[in-house]
Design a protein. Sequence first.
Length: 135
Amino acid sequence: KNEKIHCISFERYKVVNNDIPAIDFILCSSTEIITATESGTVKIWTPPKFKHKTLFTITNDLISCVSMSGIYGIFVCGTNDGYLKIYSYKQRKFINSVKTNFIIDKILITESFGFILCYTPSNEINIFTINGFFI
C-alpha cells in the first residue's frame, strides 16, 4: 500500500505530492523530515521538493520507537530485541549500538545536555550519552 505525503510549499504556493511505500514513524527538525518503517528503512526528506534519500537500513529486529535531534544531527531507534541504535543523519553514518536488557518503548533526546532517555515497559527510565554510553 502506498501512502502520499502532502506538503505545501509556501514559497511557491502549491502542493508537493510524493508516493511513499510505507511510514511507521515520522520525525521533523527545522530543516529535515525523517521517516522510518518498522522493518528498518530510514529516509530523509528535504524541502522544497521533498525528494528523499535512503539514509540507512537497520538490520536487527523491528523498530519499536524512534527519536531525532536537529541540534546534534542524530537519529536514534530502539528495536524489539533490546538494541538502542544511534546514527548521524548529518554525516550519514552509524555511531553506536547498545544491547540493553529491556525493550525500549519511548525515546527522548534532551537538547541541552544531549542525553538519550529510554522509557521501558516496566516504567523505568535509562539514560545514555549522545554517543550511546550508559550513565
